[in-house]
Every structure is written in structure tokens, then in C-alpha cells.
Write a protein that binds this ligand. Structure first.
Ligand code: SF4
Length: 381
């Protein structure tokens, strides 16, 4: 099964830690509107051009509007794009259709209209239920607005609502993070993604850390908060199915699972990446450059790589360990290699230390293994 990703590169404001490609409005609203219209028309061109290639005539089971802040688009625009995708590709009738949504950008009526347009999953960028954390992260919403947005999503008919939360904020205590998780669970999301605060180069946060204006949490405290996250969410009925992702039964993100299963996906919009049968390519990270190319009937691709058989093997191991495990027989038939034999000493040590289990089909990390997943992956290279 394949997936479609649409990158909507607009935000109301740039958050200090964000390195995703997106732009915030300038002073001239007319210019911003014109840019948005130009982007939307180019996005439609890109979808149409790709749909004309026979190799992409596949069955698609997920659509994901990410960004940026796709909930800044009007429901009628989302409806138009979904209709175009349905005319251009074979989209399964039970497709998972996710819209990333930021509290403060949508009201009840808008959410209802997104639902009517065909969106059936909302991924909400909540990040924290503490207003001072939200202020530090330079988010545009308050904790109260986040809670109202969740209630509105339920009232609008969404049954599948995911939260993004960030932990390991400077001087964050276990009590404060615990309160965050508690407030999240009281709202009964079907899915929670918890990411540790990462300092990306070329962000305001990076400069704040460099100048010692911000002191990051130390590695031990960060690891302790992560360990607590796993304990807390798994003991409340959320299954950990990836290092940072937890879901109630039946609510794993099918879209993200496809990425981690190395399935094919097509990405549209500036900076979007695509992967198709061992070939990966990516679009220009500039909305004007993106539009200029498509206006000349050129695809906006600026780079590609054909994964070697060895890279495919390494990626499958890495993605499998981060998520739901490596299917040993599937691995053998895809790569004519015995993954256990290739990494016997490492895997046996992990099995001995209860960091990994083998259920007769898959080798997968336990919560204890997820805690050191990066180190495990590095040791296999
Ligand atoms: S809203 Fe999301 S995409 Fe936009 S700047 Fe903030 S973190 Fe980045």
C-alpha cells in the first residue's frame, strides 16, 4: 500500500525550535494571499503531472496534510485538493486522511467542514499544557485554546485525534511533565507522539543555546523523562509502536507506519520527500522556486538518490528497530540475507538484556531497548 503526503508551507508564526520548511506572513497581506494562491495552483499542477506517470498508478491508503500548518487552508481548499487526488489516483475508500492542525487556527465550524471534506484524522500540535512552556516554545496558542480545540474536534465528529507533545524542555521536572501527560490523557486522544526537544541548527533556539540564554536539560534527565513517558502511557492503554509514538488499540498511524515499513510514498509541495521502490527524491525548499518550476511544467525535484542494496538493508533494520520490529522471513526474502546471522552477537546481547524480543516472526525492541535505540542503531553500522 502506498501513501500521499502534501506539504503546506505556511505558518502564522515561526516557532523558535522549528526547522521544517515553512514561511510566516510578512507585513503585506495581499502579497501573502497571492503567494498562497500561486502555491495552491502549483500544487495542483504537481499532483496532475505525477498522476500522469504510469509508475504511480498504485492503490493509496493514506493521505497526510503536513507542514507548516495545513489547518490554515480553508476547508473548501482541502476539499478541492482531496477531490483532485481522488480523480488523479486510486484512493482506497477506507483511506486514513490526516490533517495537522494547530490550536488557535481552527474553530468548531472549520473542523466540521474539514470533517465533511473527508479528513478523518486530526494531528494536533499541542506540545504542552503549560502556558509558560508554550510561551518559551513561541507557540501561538494557550493551553485553554488547545483543550477547546480538542473538544471541538470531537464535537465535529473526529474519532481519531492525535496529540504532539514535547518533553525535555529546559529545567522541566518530572512533576511538570507528568502533569502534561495527565492533562493529555484526560482528553482521551487515540494517539500521542512525544518528542524530546531537539535543537536544530539555524533555528532561534540554536542561537539561544549557543549564547547560553537557554540551558538544555541534561541527557540523564531527558532519558528519565522518556522512561517515565513510556511507563505512563503504556500503563494507560497506549501501545508504543515506535520510539516516539503511542496509540490506543486500532489507532496506530497508518501513514507513519507506511514510512517505517519502507512502503512507497509520493510527496507534494516544497521540501516534500518521496520514496518509490528504492528511489528517494526531494523537492525544492522554497515556495517561489517551487511555483516557478511548476509554472514552466517542470517538476520541482532538486535531488534524488537510488538506495544501494546495502543501504536498503540498513534502512530496513534501522526503521524496523525504531518501530515494530524486523520481520525475519520477510527480510530474508527481500534481501536474501539472514538478519540474525548478520548481527548475531549484537542481537543475542540485546535479547539477553531484555532489550529485544523475538516472537517467532519479528525481532523487536522492548521499551528498555527503545530507550537506547539510537545507540543500538549506531552499533550496527
Ligand atoms: S507551527 Fe509547526 S511547522 Fe509551523 S513553525 Fe511551529 S513547529 Fe514549525
Amino acid at each position: 500500500m502506498s501513501s500521499l503526503y502534501l506539504h503546506i508551507p505556511f505558518c502564522e508564526h515561526k516557532c523558535i525550535y522549528c526547522d521544517f520548511y515553512s514561511i510566516a506572513p510578512k507585513e503585506n497581506p495581499e502579497h501573502d494571499n497571492a503567494l498562497r494562491e500561486r502555491f495552491l495552483s502549483s500544487l495542483k499542477h504537481e499532483i496532475t503531472m505525477r498522476s500522469e506517470e504510469d509508475r504511480f498508478h498504485s492503490s493509496y491508503e493514506t493521505i497526510f496534510f503536513g507542514g507548516g500548518t495545513p489547518s490554515l487552508l480553508s476547508p473548501s481548499t482541502i476539499d478541492e485538493i482531496l477531490n483532485l487526488l481522488s480523480r488523479s489516483f486510486h484512493i482506497r475508500t477506507d483511506a486514513e486522511v490526516t490533517l495537522e492542525t494547530n490550536p488557535g487556527t481552527v474553530d468548531l465550524e472549520t473542523l466540521k467542514a474539514f470533517r465533511s471534506a473527508g479528513v478523518n484524522r486530526i494531528s494536533m500540535g499541542i506540545q504542552s499544557f503549560h502556558d509558560d512552556d508554550l510561551k518559551f516554545l513561541s507557540r501561538i496558542h494557550s493551553s485553554l485554546e488547545a483543550k477547546e480545540c480538542v473538544r471541538n474536534a470531537y464535537e465535529a465528529g473526529f474519532e481519531n485525534v492525535s496529540f504532539d507533545l514535547i518533553f525535555a524542555l529546559p529545567s522541566q521536572t518530572r512533576e511538570r511533565w507528568e502533569a502534561n501527560l495527565q492533562q493529555a490523557m484526560e482528553l482521551h486522544p487515540t494517539h500521542i507522539s512525544c518528542y524530546s526537544l531537539i535543537v536544530e541548527p539555524n533555528t532561534p533556539l540554536y542561537r539561544m543555546v549557543e549564547s547560553k540564554q537557554v540551558i538544555l536539560l541534561n541527557t540523564e534527565d531527558d532519558a528519565a523523562l522518556y522512561e517515565y513517558t513510556i511507563e505512563c502511557l503504556t500503563s494507560h492503554g497506549y501501545e508504543q509502536y515506535e520510539v516516539s509514538n503511542f496509540a490506543k488499540p486500532g489507532f496506530k498511524s497508518r501513514h507513519n507506519s507506511n514510512y517505517w515499513n519502507h512502503s512507497n510514498y509520493l510527496g507534494f509541495g516544497p521540501s516534500a520527500h518521496s520514496y518509490w521502490n528504492g528511489l528517494r527524491w526531494w523537492n525544492i525548499s522554497n515556495v517561489v522556486g517551487y511555483s516557478e518550476r511548476l509554472e514552466q511544467r517542470l517538476l520541482p525535484v532538486v535531488g534524488e538518490e537510488r538506495l544501494t542494496p546495502q543501504q536498503l538493508v540498513e534502512e530496513e533494520i534501522f526503521l524496523g528497530l525504531r518501530s515494530e520490529g524486523i520481520n525475519v522471513a520477510g527480510f530474508q526474502s527481500r534481501h536474501q540475507r539472514d538478519v540474525m546471522n548478520d548481527h548475531r552477537s549484537t542481537f543475542e546481547a540485546l535479547l539477553d538484556q531484555q532489550m529485544m524480543v523475538f516472537d517467532g516472526e519479528k525481532l523487536r525492541l522492548t521499551p528498555k531497548g527503545y530507550m537506547v535505540c539510537d545507540e543500538i542503531c549506531a552499533s550496527l553500522q
